[in-house]
Design a protein around this ligand. Sequence first.
Ligand code: ADP
Ligand code: MG
Length: 284
Amino acid sequence: MSSLAEKKSLAAKRSPRATAVDSAPATACQEEMKEQLRELRLPMFREHFQTLAEQATRESLSHPQYLAELTRLEFQARRQRRVQRLWEESRLPRGKTWETFDWQRIPLAVARQGESLRDGSFLDRRENLLVFGKPGSGKTHCVCALAQRLVQQGRAMLFTSCSLLVQSLLAAKRDLRLQKAIKQLARFEGLILDDLGYVQHGREEMEVLFTLLAERYERGSVLLTSNLPFSQWEQIFKDPMTTAAAIDRLVHHCVIWELNVTSYRLENAQKNRRTTSSTQPKEA
Ligand code: ADP
Ligand code: MG
Protein backbone atom coordinates (compact mmCIF):
# COMPACT_ATOMS: atom_id res chain seq x y z
CA MET A 1 0.00 0.00 0.00
CA SER A 2 1.68 3.13 -1.14
CA SER A 3 -0.46 6.23 -0.80
CA LEU A 4 -2.54 7.45 2.08
CA ALA A 5 -5.63 7.65 -0.11
CA GLU A 6 -5.35 4.03 -1.07
CA LYS A 7 -4.97 3.05 2.58
CA LYS A 8 -8.06 5.00 3.47
CA SER A 9 -10.15 3.47 0.71
CA LEU A 10 -9.10 -0.02 1.71
CA ALA A 11 -9.96 0.71 5.32
CA ALA A 12 -13.36 2.01 4.24
CA LYS A 13 -14.04 -1.18 2.34
CA ARG A 14 -13.05 -3.33 5.29
CA SER A 15 -14.94 -1.46 7.98
CA PRO A 16 -18.53 -0.22 7.54
CA ARG A 17 -18.03 1.99 10.61
CA ALA A 18 -15.20 3.81 8.87
CA THR A 19 -17.49 4.50 5.84
CA ALA A 20 -20.14 6.02 8.07
CA VAL A 21 -17.53 8.22 9.73
CA ASP A 22 -16.14 9.33 6.34
CA SER A 23 -19.53 10.03 4.80
CA ALA A 24 -20.54 12.25 7.72
CA PRO A 25 -18.36 15.16 6.58
CA ALA A 26 -19.54 14.55 2.99
CA THR A 27 -23.19 14.86 4.07
CA ALA A 28 -22.39 17.98 6.07
CA CYS A 29 -20.60 19.40 3.05
CA GLN A 30 -23.61 18.74 0.82
CA GLU A 31 -25.97 20.33 3.33
CA GLU A 32 -23.75 23.39 3.46
CA MET A 33 -23.65 23.47 -0.32
CA LYS A 34 -27.46 23.33 -0.49
CA GLU A 35 -27.68 26.30 1.84
CA GLN A 36 -25.21 28.25 -0.23
CA LEU A 37 -26.97 27.37 -3.49
CA ARG A 38 -30.21 28.59 -1.95
CA GLU A 39 -28.58 31.89 -1.10
CA LEU A 40 -27.00 32.12 -4.52
CA ARG A 41 -30.46 31.48 -6.02
CA LEU A 42 -29.43 28.47 -8.05
CA PRO A 43 -32.45 26.21 -7.52
CA MET A 44 -31.67 23.78 -10.33
CA PHE A 45 -28.12 23.25 -9.06
CA ARG A 46 -29.50 22.67 -5.61
CA GLU A 47 -32.16 20.24 -6.76
CA HIS A 48 -30.05 18.23 -9.18
CA PHE A 49 -26.41 18.29 -8.18
CA GLN A 50 -26.61 15.02 -6.22
CA THR A 51 -28.62 12.94 -8.70
CA LEU A 52 -26.55 14.28 -11.58
CA ALA A 53 -23.36 13.39 -9.71
CA GLU A 54 -24.58 9.81 -9.40
CA GLN A 55 -25.47 9.79 -13.08
CA ALA A 56 -22.07 11.27 -13.96
CA THR A 57 -20.34 8.43 -12.08
CA ARG A 58 -22.50 5.82 -13.80
CA GLU A 59 -21.89 7.28 -17.25
CA SER A 60 -18.26 8.23 -16.59
CA LEU A 61 -18.85 11.90 -17.37
CA SER A 62 -15.94 14.26 -16.85
CA HIS A 63 -16.14 17.08 -14.28
CA PRO A 64 -16.63 19.74 -16.95
CA GLN A 65 -19.41 17.65 -18.55
CA TYR A 66 -21.16 17.29 -15.21
CA LEU A 67 -20.87 21.01 -14.54
CA ALA A 68 -22.03 21.87 -18.05
CA GLU A 69 -25.14 19.73 -17.59
CA LEU A 70 -26.02 21.42 -14.30
CA THR A 71 -25.40 24.86 -15.77
CA ARG A 72 -27.63 24.04 -18.75
CA LEU A 73 -30.50 23.04 -16.42
CA GLU A 74 -30.15 26.26 -14.43
CA PHE A 75 -29.91 28.39 -17.57
CA GLN A 76 -32.96 26.81 -19.20
CA ALA A 77 -35.11 27.17 -16.09
CA ARG A 78 -34.09 30.80 -15.68
CA ARG A 79 -34.73 31.56 -19.37
CA GLN A 80 -38.16 29.95 -19.12
CA ARG A 81 -39.09 32.01 -16.06
CA ARG A 82 -37.89 35.18 -17.76
CA VAL A 83 -39.88 34.49 -20.93
CA GLN A 84 -42.98 33.75 -18.86
CA ARG A 85 -42.58 37.04 -16.99
CA LEU A 86 -41.94 38.98 -20.22
CA TRP A 87 -44.97 37.34 -21.81
CA GLU A 88 -47.22 38.42 -18.94
CA GLU A 89 -45.82 41.94 -18.90
CA SER A 90 -46.10 42.32 -22.68
CA ARG A 91 -49.93 42.36 -22.58
CA LEU A 92 -49.86 40.81 -26.03
CA PRO A 93 -53.26 39.46 -27.04
CA ARG A 94 -53.28 35.68 -26.78
CA GLY A 95 -53.92 33.84 -29.99
CA LYS A 96 -52.44 36.47 -32.32
CA THR A 97 -49.41 34.31 -32.90
CA TRP A 98 -46.96 33.64 -35.69
CA GLU A 99 -48.50 30.24 -36.36
CA THR A 100 -52.07 31.51 -36.62
CA PHE A 101 -51.15 34.29 -39.04
CA ASP A 102 -51.42 33.46 -42.74
CA TRP A 103 -48.25 35.11 -44.09
CA GLN A 104 -49.16 34.18 -47.64
CA ARG A 105 -52.05 36.58 -47.50
CA ILE A 106 -49.81 39.61 -47.33
CA PRO A 107 -47.28 40.85 -49.90
CA LEU A 108 -44.30 38.53 -50.27
CA ALA A 109 -41.77 41.29 -49.57
CA VAL A 110 -43.45 42.02 -46.22
CA ALA A 111 -43.59 38.34 -45.27
CA ARG A 112 -39.88 38.06 -46.06
CA GLN A 113 -39.12 41.07 -43.91
CA GLY A 114 -41.17 39.48 -41.16
CA GLU A 115 -38.80 36.53 -41.32
CA SER A 116 -35.75 38.73 -41.14
CA LEU A 117 -37.05 40.85 -38.26
CA ARG A 118 -37.58 37.72 -36.20
CA ASP A 119 -33.96 37.69 -35.10
CA GLY A 120 -34.62 40.88 -33.11
CA SER A 121 -31.53 42.74 -34.30
CA PHE A 122 -33.72 45.68 -35.35
CA LEU A 123 -34.41 46.19 -31.64
CA ASP A 124 -30.68 46.46 -30.98
CA ARG A 125 -30.46 49.04 -33.76
CA ARG A 126 -33.46 50.88 -32.21
CA GLU A 127 -35.27 50.70 -35.55
CA ASN A 128 -39.00 51.21 -35.81
CA LEU A 129 -41.59 49.18 -37.65
CA LEU A 130 -44.50 51.06 -39.20
CA VAL A 131 -47.37 48.98 -40.51
CA PHE A 132 -50.02 50.48 -42.77
CA GLY A 133 -53.14 48.96 -44.21
CA LYS A 134 -56.91 49.08 -44.31
CA PRO A 135 -58.94 47.96 -41.27
CA GLY A 136 -58.93 44.18 -41.01
CA SER A 137 -55.87 43.73 -43.22
CA GLY A 138 -53.95 42.06 -40.38
CA LYS A 139 -51.77 44.89 -39.04
CA THR A 140 -52.37 44.17 -35.37
CA HIS A 141 -52.08 40.42 -35.82
CA CYS A 142 -48.78 40.44 -37.72
CA VAL A 143 -47.14 42.89 -35.33
CA CYS A 144 -48.27 40.80 -32.36
CA ALA A 145 -47.01 37.65 -34.08
CA LEU A 146 -43.59 39.20 -34.49
CA ALA A 147 -43.59 40.52 -30.93
CA GLN A 148 -44.55 37.11 -29.56
CA ARG A 149 -41.53 35.60 -31.29
CA LEU A 150 -39.28 38.29 -29.85
CA VAL A 151 -40.61 37.71 -26.35
CA GLN A 152 -39.77 34.03 -26.75
CA GLN A 153 -36.20 35.13 -27.36
CA GLY A 154 -36.18 37.08 -24.12
CA ARG A 155 -36.97 40.52 -25.53
CA ALA A 156 -39.06 42.97 -23.50
CA MET A 157 -42.08 44.11 -25.52
CA LEU A 158 -45.24 46.01 -24.60
CA PHE A 159 -48.47 45.98 -26.53
CA THR A 160 -50.85 48.86 -26.04
CA SER A 161 -53.52 50.55 -28.07
CA CYS A 162 -52.47 54.04 -28.99
CA SER A 163 -55.58 55.60 -27.42
CA LEU A 164 -55.09 53.79 -24.11
CA LEU A 165 -51.47 54.82 -23.92
CA VAL A 166 -52.29 58.42 -24.73
CA GLN A 167 -54.92 58.45 -22.00
CA SER A 168 -52.50 57.09 -19.44
CA LEU A 169 -49.80 59.56 -20.47
CA LEU A 170 -52.30 62.38 -20.21
CA ALA A 171 -53.25 61.28 -16.69
CA ALA A 172 -49.55 61.11 -15.83
CA LYS A 173 -49.04 64.65 -17.17
CA ARG A 174 -51.87 65.94 -15.01
CA ASP A 175 -50.19 64.34 -11.98
CA LEU A 176 -46.85 65.90 -13.01
CA ARG A 177 -45.28 62.53 -13.61
CA LEU A 178 -45.14 62.37 -17.40
CA GLN A 179 -41.37 61.98 -17.49
CA LYS A 180 -41.55 59.17 -14.97
CA ALA A 181 -44.25 57.39 -17.00
CA ILE A 182 -42.16 57.71 -20.17
CA LYS A 183 -39.10 56.44 -18.33
CA GLN A 184 -41.04 53.38 -17.20
CA LEU A 185 -41.74 52.57 -20.84
CA ALA A 186 -38.04 52.77 -21.64
CA ARG A 187 -37.41 49.32 -20.19
CA PHE A 188 -39.35 47.83 -23.10
CA GLU A 189 -37.13 47.28 -26.11
CA GLY A 190 -40.16 47.32 -28.38
CA LEU A 191 -43.25 49.43 -27.74
CA ILE A 192 -46.28 48.53 -29.87
CA LEU A 193 -48.60 51.44 -30.49
CA ASP A 194 -51.65 49.89 -32.06
CA ASP A 195 -54.04 51.93 -34.21
CA LEU A 196 -52.57 55.38 -34.39
CA GLY A 197 -55.23 57.73 -35.61
CA TYR A 198 -58.11 55.37 -35.16
CA VAL A 199 -59.74 57.64 -32.62
CA GLN A 200 -59.70 61.37 -33.14
CA HIS A 201 -57.58 62.96 -30.44
CA GLY A 202 -57.37 66.46 -29.07
CA ARG A 203 -54.28 68.65 -29.25
CA GLU A 204 -53.22 67.99 -25.65
CA GLU A 205 -53.41 64.24 -26.21
CA MET A 206 -51.26 64.47 -29.30
CA GLU A 207 -48.69 66.54 -27.46
CA VAL A 208 -48.04 63.75 -24.97
CA LEU A 209 -47.80 61.25 -27.80
CA PHE A 210 -45.28 63.46 -29.53
CA THR A 211 -43.27 63.81 -26.31
CA LEU A 212 -43.16 60.01 -26.04
CA LEU A 213 -41.99 59.59 -29.64
CA ALA A 214 -39.36 62.30 -29.21
CA GLU A 215 -38.07 60.71 -25.99
CA ARG A 216 -37.94 57.24 -27.54
CA TYR A 217 -36.24 58.40 -30.71
CA GLU A 218 -33.02 56.37 -31.13
CA ARG A 219 -33.47 54.97 -27.60
CA GLY A 220 -36.02 52.23 -28.21
CA SER A 221 -38.04 50.74 -31.04
CA VAL A 222 -41.64 51.68 -31.76
CA LEU A 223 -43.87 49.24 -33.64
CA LEU A 224 -46.80 51.23 -34.88
CA THR A 225 -49.93 50.33 -36.83
CA SER A 226 -52.15 52.81 -38.63
CA ASN A 227 -54.99 52.93 -41.12
CA LEU A 228 -53.95 56.43 -42.11
CA PRO A 229 -51.10 57.08 -44.54
CA PHE A 230 -48.54 59.78 -43.63
CA SER A 231 -50.37 62.22 -45.89
CA GLN A 232 -53.27 62.21 -43.42
CA TRP A 233 -51.27 62.39 -40.22
CA GLU A 234 -51.95 66.07 -39.85
CA GLN A 235 -55.43 64.99 -38.74
CA ILE A 236 -53.71 63.19 -35.88
CA PHE A 237 -51.03 65.65 -34.79
CA LYS A 238 -53.13 68.75 -35.57
CA ASP A 239 -50.41 71.06 -36.89
CA PRO A 240 -47.99 70.62 -39.80
CA MET A 241 -44.82 71.20 -37.76
CA THR A 242 -45.59 68.57 -35.12
CA THR A 243 -46.72 66.16 -37.84
CA ALA A 244 -43.49 66.59 -39.78
CA ALA A 245 -41.39 66.28 -36.62
CA ALA A 246 -43.20 63.09 -35.55
CA ILE A 247 -42.88 61.47 -38.99
CA ASP A 248 -39.25 62.52 -39.19
CA ARG A 249 -38.36 60.80 -35.93
CA LEU A 250 -40.33 57.66 -36.74
CA VAL A 251 -38.98 57.13 -40.24
CA HIS A 252 -35.33 58.01 -39.61
CA HIS A 253 -34.49 54.37 -38.81
CA CYS A 254 -37.44 52.26 -39.82
CA VAL A 255 -38.98 49.45 -41.77
CA ILE A 256 -42.34 50.15 -43.41
CA TRP A 257 -44.88 47.48 -44.22
CA GLU A 258 -47.78 48.28 -46.52
CA LEU A 259 -50.21 45.40 -46.25
CA ASN A 260 -52.35 46.42 -49.25
CA VAL A 261 -54.82 43.59 -48.77
CA THR A 262 -58.55 43.52 -48.20
CA SER A 263 -60.08 42.90 -44.80
CA TYR A 264 -59.57 39.36 -43.54
CA ARG A 265 -62.84 39.61 -41.61
CA LEU A 266 -64.73 40.75 -44.71
CA GLU A 267 -63.21 38.00 -46.84
CA ASN A 268 -64.13 35.37 -44.25
CA ALA A 269 -67.66 36.73 -43.93
CA GLN A 270 -68.08 36.59 -47.71
CA LYS A 271 -66.71 33.05 -47.84
CA ASN A 272 -69.09 31.98 -45.08
CA ARG A 273 -72.02 33.59 -46.85
CA ARG A 274 -71.14 31.75 -50.07
CA THR A 275 -70.84 28.46 -48.19
CA THR A 276 -74.15 28.99 -46.42
CA SER A 277 -76.00 29.94 -49.59
CA SER A 278 -74.59 26.97 -51.51
CA THR A 279 -75.73 24.57 -48.77
CA GLN A 280 -79.24 26.10 -48.52
CA PRO A 281 -81.94 23.96 -50.14
CA LYS A 282 -83.00 25.50 -53.46
CA GLU A 283 -86.64 26.50 -53.79
CA ALA A 284 -88.65 24.38 -56.17
P1 ADP B 1 -56.12 45.36 -38.50
O1 ADP B 1 -55.28 45.56 -37.30
O2 ADP B 1 -55.40 45.61 -39.78
O3 ADP B 1 -57.41 46.08 -38.44
P2 ADP B 1 -56.33 42.67 -37.46
O4 ADP B 1 -54.91 42.27 -37.33
O5 ADP B 1 -57.04 43.07 -36.22
O6 ADP B 1 -56.49 43.81 -38.57
O7 ADP B 1 -57.10 41.49 -38.18
C1 ADP B 1 -58.53 41.37 -38.11
C2 ADP B 1 -58.89 39.90 -37.82
O8 ADP B 1 -58.50 39.09 -38.91
C3 ADP B 1 -58.17 39.38 -36.61
O9 ADP B 1 -59.00 38.46 -35.94
C4 ADP B 1 -56.97 38.67 -37.19
O10 ADP B 1 -56.55 37.60 -36.35
C5 ADP B 1 -57.48 38.16 -38.51
N1 ADP B 1 -56.47 38.20 -39.57
C6 ADP B 1 -56.12 39.24 -40.34
N2 ADP B 1 -55.18 38.91 -41.23
C7 ADP B 1 -54.91 37.62 -41.03
C8 ADP B 1 -54.01 36.67 -41.62
N3 ADP B 1 -53.20 37.02 -42.64
N4 ADP B 1 -53.98 35.42 -41.13
C9 ADP B 1 -54.79 35.05 -40.13
N5 ADP B 1 -55.67 35.89 -39.52
C10 ADP B 1 -55.73 37.15 -39.95
MG1 MG C 1 -55.71 46.70 -35.63
